[in-house]
Design a protein around this ligand. Structure first.
Ligand code: RB5
Length: 149
């Protein structure tokens, strides 16, 4: 598992899974930065995706875990920052490939869509998998510049 601080963030619809994954990370001895939310009271997912982007872009965290109802809105919000490569994962394979091919630094889950045990294993695999580099390097570099280049 690579080192570094792991930020976690969710909206209300992802709160329970975010808390569970946070506890798993802490039990594994990881440094965790919890960006909220802190309850199931309704909030707006862009606020938490943006908070994640700021934590990654500033270097306060090296990795991120996002959860909302579907994982879609909160990952869209985070990905508006070019320092973020947030991958929405529905299973262990997509989590692994997000690291191997895309060098994703943030993984997103949909609490309403993914099983709890699948999310836990997908996060373990995401954090344990190295980027392959090689043929993927130029493609990943283009993500930071914008796709038209
Ligand atoms: C909240 O109801 C829900 O819209 C949000 O968690 C997320 O799924 C949006 O993409």
């Amino acid at each position: 598992m690579p080192g570094g601080t792991i930020a976690v963030a969710s909206d209300h619809a992802g709160f329970d899974l975010k808390e569970l994954l946070k506890r798993d990370l802490q039990a594994a001895g990881r440094e965790v930065l919890d960006l909220g939310t802190n309850s199931t009271e309704s909030v707006d997912y862009p606020d938490y995706g943006t908070a994640m982007a700021e934590a990654i872009a500033s270097g306060r965290a090296q990795w991120g875990v996002l959860v909302c109802g579907t994982g879609i809105g909160i990952s869209i919000a985070a990905n508006r920052n070019p320092k973020v490569r947030a991958a929405l994962a529905h299973d262990v394979t997509s989590a692994r490939l997000a690291r191997e091919h895309n060098d994703a630094n943030v993984v997103a889950f949909g609490q309403r869509l993914i099983g709890t045990e699948t999310a836990r294993e997908a996060l373990r695999v995401f954090l344990a998998t190295k980027w392959e580099g090689g043929r993927h390097a130029a493609r990943v570099a283009k993500l930071s510049k914008g796709c038209s280049q």
